[in-house]
Design a protein around this ligand. Structure first.
Ligand code: S3P
Length: 450
């Protein structure tokens, strides 16, 4: 368990997608743990003193790459079902890895480790798969270089990266891209610097790193503008119990499915309601979705149960300020827009072009196959809704992108023809049990094997 070799990394699996039953999606689902929080709990646990217990950890390929990398850096991590126990080494005691660290497909692992390893006394090499090796890393190396880091990338600013451990300085860093990964890399570097660091974000992004570091005892202060963060170096971090809430980005697939398929009513349990992550919930409500939050608790992360029922939707316009809180759910917003009344427009979302795939291109290509009127913009999409899609092709493709694959499985519920999905195994990146959980809500307990 927990190794990458037994997580079904096999390629190119094609599956037949399910169409919706008469009585829609029904039931209660515990969605797997949040991906962003699972990564951070391992990383912060590793640099704290003493034991960190992580409950409801997400055992997906991306998070297992973080786990494996930390083990190579000398951190002991044991596991029991979805509980991880990290024997923290303290902030200055990671050990050099004797081989390059394999980042797989995980942008979060890569970018957070670039920051966490920049101020060490040793060098580290990071490598990634073909998709990750196309993604931009200068956005991280450049701000870190201002703090004294030495990170060597390829001539195109991509992996593989060689991090030469250096002494880091506390600085004032203005970030040009709204990215929680970049911000988190700078925060991790700031913990190792010689003085305080202030980070100014372009727009507020998910704040799990800040909240978790505070829980572990660091001084990380966010100003009232929500985009200026001050980090004091060399905190005394102590191991903690981390209860990972359900991933709102995974929950969003079922929220969309229950909305689009008539006669549905589902409850998703213990989902993160962190204000920086609920863009999709808010957008669905604005489009006319029937969504209610049933219960809330908020220590240190807010979470609750979400009830979703079928609804008829109307079009929406999103601009740059809306994007960070819904960045991973934009393929699903495009799908909702495809069945809404009216024409929707998403702009200010050029970041989609540098995700696991160019999601503006892959969403447009795949929804076009389903007969949806969708046009690419340089930084977004225009989508005209219809209640009667006329598919032009029956073989859909995830393009190796987990979120595209899951969005297409939801889209298929609204189509009467039989559709297949190629590279369906991409779901293992963030949600290995996705198809089984979908079948459960569809009342079809058939096991789906990839
Ligand atoms: C993440 C931040 C987001 C998101 C990614 C996870 C994180 O990326 O798309 O899936 O855990 O910090 P950016 O911050 O680069 O937009």
């Amino acid at each position: 368990m927990g190794s990458l070799s037994n997580q079904g990394v096999s390629k190119m699996k094609e599956i037949v997608l399910t169409t919706a039953p008469q009585n829609g999606l029904q039931g209660v689902l515990n969605v797997p743990g949040d991906k962003s929080i699972s990564h951070r709990a391992l990383l912060i646990g590793a640099i704290s003193q003493g034991k960190t217990i992580i409950n409801h950890f997400l055992k997906s390929q991306d998070c297992l790459h973080t786990l494996q990398a930390l083990r190579q850096l000398g951190v002991e991590i044991s596991e029991k079902n979805d509980q991880m126990i990290v024997a923290g080494k303290g902030i200055d005691h990671l050990q050099p890895a004797n081989q390059p660290l394999d980042m797989g497909n995980s942008g979060t692992t890569t970018r957070l480790l670039l920051g966490l390893l920049a101020g060490r006394t040793f060098n580290t090499e990071l490598q990634g798969d073909a998709s990750l090796s196309r993604r931009p890393m200068k956005r991280v190396s450049e701000p870190l270089q201002k703090m004294g880091a030495a990170i060597k990338l390829t001539s195109t600013g991509t992996l593989p990266a060689i991090i030469q451990g250096k002494k880091l300085w506390g600085k004032r860093i203005s970030l040009e891209i709204a990215s929680a990964q970049v911000k988190s890399a700078v925060i991790f570097a700031a913990l190792q610097a010689d003085g305080p660091t202030t980070i100014i974000e372009k727009l507020p992004t998910r704040n799990h790193t800040e909240l978790m570091l505070q829980q572990f005892g660091a001084e990380v202060v966010t100003a009232v503008d929500q985009r200026t963060i001050t980090v004091l170096p060399h905190p005394h971090l102590r191991g903690q119990l981390v209860q990972v809430p359900g991933d709102p980005s995974s929950a969003a697939f079922f929220m969309a499915a229950a909305t689009l398929v008539p006669n549905s009513a589902i409850v998703l349990k213990n989902i993160s309601l962190n204000p920086t992550r609920i863009g999709f919930l808010r957008i669905l409500q604005k489009m006319g979705g029937k969504v209610s939050v049933l219960k809330q608790a908020n220590v240190p992360e807010t979470y609750g149960d979400i009830k979703v029922e079928s609804a008829k939707l109307h079009a929406i316009e999103l601009t740059a300020a809306d994007i960070p809180a819904v960045i991973d759910e934009l393929p699903l917003v495009a799908l909702l827009a495809a069945s809404a009344v009216g024409t929707s427009k998403i702009t200010g979302a050029a970041e989609l072009r540098v995700k696991e795939t160019d999601r503006i291109a892959t969403v447009t290509a795949e929804l076009h196959k389903l007969g949806i009127k969708i046009t690419e913009l340089p930084d977004g999409m225009i989508i005209t809704g219809s209640s009667n899609w006329q598919p032009r092709a029956y073989q859909l493709d995830s393009h190796g992108d987990h979120r595209i694959g899951m969005m297409l499985a939801v889209a298929a519920l609204c189509v009467h023809q039989s559709l297949t999905l190629q590279q369906a195994d991409a779901v293992n990146i963030s949600y290995p049990n996705f198809f089984t959980d979908l079948q459960q809500l569809l009342g079809q307990s058939k096991q789906v094997r990839l």
